[in-house]
Design a protein around this ligand. Structure first.
Ligand code: NAD
Length: 424
């Protein structure tokens, strides 16, 4: 048996410390009771499990998995499951806390959770991935459920993984439980519009921000880091709006064309080859160079902490849209603030996914499914309302969008906690 541990990580700073420091800063700005800050700064529950998997060659590997619930004051907890070699408990805790704020900012009745397995899904066969997913689900089966905690996709997981979680949970309950997980394929109770929802929400935020500046998306130069669920659809939507997507990247390569990448060709190439490497009509650059390009909109849509105090002063974008969770560190935030860069923070910019996950959960509970135009219109209403509330708060209180967004969210969770009272 081999135990699989986290290797060298992409994280330079402890993400949970970052999340807690953000909470403290926001609590000060919004005058939130320190007793409540102590409650909100801790995760309600963190479960660590070992996940033994019989590999195709006959040996057994033992993976480490986590499921963390940060807070349930406003409803059952909700959050994705990440399969990545760098997953750590503190990373999962920070992502769970951000989910709490994201759901509160959007006004949807969920708390925050997150899960992860320390593994490299690209190195697993499909049947190994299925066995790992089913065993991980069995290990956390008492933690999840439609009224309790509802997983969804995140980095390294997709609709197939959600289908296996749904099936494993349902087999154990003896009947299909549609509401246990979101991001399911359409054939088994997924929602129309869910796959594109995170990117669509990000597009709505960029569109609203650009409108506030009396500019238009058409002709804007855009760079997108990450070409997975969030990045690929955001690049596609921006291209369809007439923006010029000058750079895209994935974990293997970054590509640049000042006249614009052929985004539909990139989309097809990635679907066929599972990598952007080999895409024609673009110059190869590094992922670091992509972040520093002279563009109007920079959208980091891969992992955390890619814009730090090491490179923030060289960022040339005027708008940063955080498609990923936590791509800008607090020290980079301060530098970018001084430079006048408008940051559309993660809890606002990438909340489209959890909003349509909420719609999927509601549709699953009712066993009544909506048209895609209905899903997108309702998503637009929720994201644009949250954008306006954040924009107004930021301008009224003269604070960055991040502090305003987190502040509104933390206030709502704090109010729910006070209303419910601290048990017993
Ligand atoms: P994904 O696995 O579909 O895609 C991740 C992409 O990032 C891939 O293209 C991968 O090659 C690339 N990548 C990985 N490491 C990289 C590196 N070092 N440099 C450049 N690119 C790299 O994941 P996703 O679902 O698109 O999630 C991306 C980010 O968006 C994460 O931060 C996630 O938490 C966040 N997010 C996702 C959703 C969702 O609905 N999927 C919702 C909200 C937030």
């Amino acid at each position: 048996m081999t135990a699989v541990e986290a290797g060298a990580t992409h994280l330079r700073e402890n993400p949970f410390e970052i999340a807690r420091n953000q909470l403290r800063r926001v609590a000060e700005a919004f005058d939130i009771d320190p007793n409540l800050v102590a409650v909100l700064g801790a995760c309600k529950k963190a479960v660590e499990v070992s996940v033994p998997v019989s590999m195709d060659d006959g040996h057994t590997e033992v993976f480490k998995g986590y499921r963390v619930t940060h807070n349930v004051a406003r409803g059952p907890s909700k959050g994705g499951i990440r399969y990545h070699p760098d997953v750590t408990l503190d990373e999962v805790k920070s992502l769970a806390m951000w989910m709490t704020w994201k759901c509160a900012l959007m006004g949807i009745p969920f708390g925050g959770a997150k899960g992860g397995v320390v593994c490299d899904p690209k190195r697993l066969s499909r049947s190994e991935l299925e066995r790992l997913t089913r065993r991980y689900t069995s290990e956390i089966i008492n933690e999840i459920g439609p009224e309790k905690d509802i997983p969804a996709p995140d980095v390294g997981t997709d609709g197939s993984v959600m289908a296996w979680i749904f099936d494993t949970y349902s087999m154990n309950k003896g009947h299909s439980v549609l509401g246990v997980v979101t991001g399911k394929p359409l054939t088994i109770g997924g929602s129309l519009g869910r796959e594109e929802a995170t990117a669509r929400g990000a597009l709505y935020c960029i569109r609203d921000a650009v409108a506030k500046q009396d500019r238009s998306l058409a002709g804007m130069r855009v760079a997108v880091q990450g070409f997975g669920n969030v990045g690929s659809f955001l690049a596609k939507f921006m291209h369809e709006e007439g923006a010029i997507v000058v750079a895209i990247s994935d974990s293997t390569v970054a590509l640049y064309n000042p006249k614009g990448i052929d985004v539909p060709a990139a989309f097809a190439h990635k679907r066929e080859n599972r990598t952007l490497a080999g895409l024609r009509d673009a110059e190869q650059i590094t992922n670091e160079e992509l972040l520093l390009l002279d563009v109007d909109v920079l959208a980091p849509c891969a992992l955390e902490q890619v814009i730090t105090d090491r490179n923030a002063d060289r960022v040339r974008a005027s708008i940063i849209c955080e498609g990923a969770n936590g791509p800008v560190t607090p020290s980079a935030d301060a530098i970018l603030e001084d430079k006048g860069v408008l940051i559309l923070p993660d809890v606002l910019a990438n909340a489209g996914g959890v909003v349509v996950s909420y719609f999927e959960w509601v549709q699953g509970l009712q066993e009544y499914f909506w048209k895609e135009v209905e899903v997108n219109a309702k998503l637009n209403d929720i994201v644009s309302r949250a954008f306006d509330e954040t924009w107004e708060t930021a301008h009224k209180r003269d604070m960055p969008m991040r502090v305003a967004a987190y502040g509104l969210a933390v206030q709502r969770v704090a109010e729910a906690t006070v209303t419910r009272g601290i048990y017993p």
